[in-house]
Ligand binder design. Structure first.
Ligand code: HEC
Ligand code: HEC
Length: 167
């Protein structure tokens, strides 16, 4: 709400500016995503150009957030403790998602770089975990191969021994 009141939209409240409900709905409140920014919604009161520019500026960082979220969920499914990354991502995500209401394309572009740096940091730790998991899988495969070889040798030895000891 603070961001909204500071924005061109908030300043035009009562004189043609959109309210929360104009964009988010009232009874059928939809999940807030960048999809709200479309020609039909944003072209009603002014040309769509600026709206399109702000959407474009936000899209890449949004994509990174979704990508990292997917990775975290994958690790979670594999039983990795993802609590701290979830918290970091949640914090970045929430700060990022309130950026829209100022409807300030320049600011979004300027801050997107900083957000991306933070996200890259999370991405890098996740990549390290991925590497470690990969290494663990290879070691696991080697151990299993070793055990199988040992079982085979034991079996062959036993057969040879049984053959020899037969009267
Ligand atoms: C001009 C259209 C518009 C107006 C006016 C508007 N919003 Fe939004 N709101 C959006 C869009 C678009 C997003 C999604 C931004 C994103 O995905 O980064 C959003 C996101 C949000 C979110 C974030 C949800 C989340 O997932 O974190 C909240 C909360 C929210 N709006 C509340 C409000 C409130 C309260 C008001 C009025 C004070 C308001 N909005 C006014 C378009 C609008
Ligand atoms: C109910 C009318 C209305 C709707 C709907 C609306 N706007 Fe606006 N918008 C305004 C008014 C009024 C202004 C301020 C005067 C102007 O720039 O035309 C404005 C200004 C803007 C600006 C310029 C901000 C600045 O500081 O110069 C952007 C960007 C913008 N709107 C984006 C959007 C987006 C994105 C949506 C759709 C999610 C949207 N608007 C929907 C009325 C609306």
């Amino acid at each position: 709400m603070d961001d909204y009141f500071k924005s061109a939209h908030g300043r035009a409240l009562g004189t043609g500016g959109p309210t929360c409900v104009t964009c988010h709905g009232s009874h059928a409140v939809a999940t807030a995503t960048l999809d709200i920014i479309n020609k039909e919604n944003c072209g009603k009161c002014h040309p769509y150009g600026q709206a399109s520019a702000i959407k474009e500026a936000m899209r890449n960082t949004e994509r990174l957030i979704v990508e990292i979220d997917g990775k975290i969920n994958k690790f979670k499914g594999e039983g990795v403790d993802t609590g701290s990354w979830e918290k970091s991502l949640f914090s970045v995500r929430n700060r990022y998602h309130r950026l829209f209401h100022e409807v300030d394309t320049g600011k979004v572009i300027k801050l997107s770089g900083e957000f991306r740096e933070e996200l890259d940091g999370i991405s890098k730790t996740l990549a390290k975990i991925d590497e470690r998991g990969q290494r663990r899988k290879i070691i696991g495969a080697i151990v299993i191969c070793g055990l199988l070889a040992a079982a085979l040798i034991t079996y062959l030895l036993k057969r040879t021994f049984d053959d020899i000891s037969e009267p």
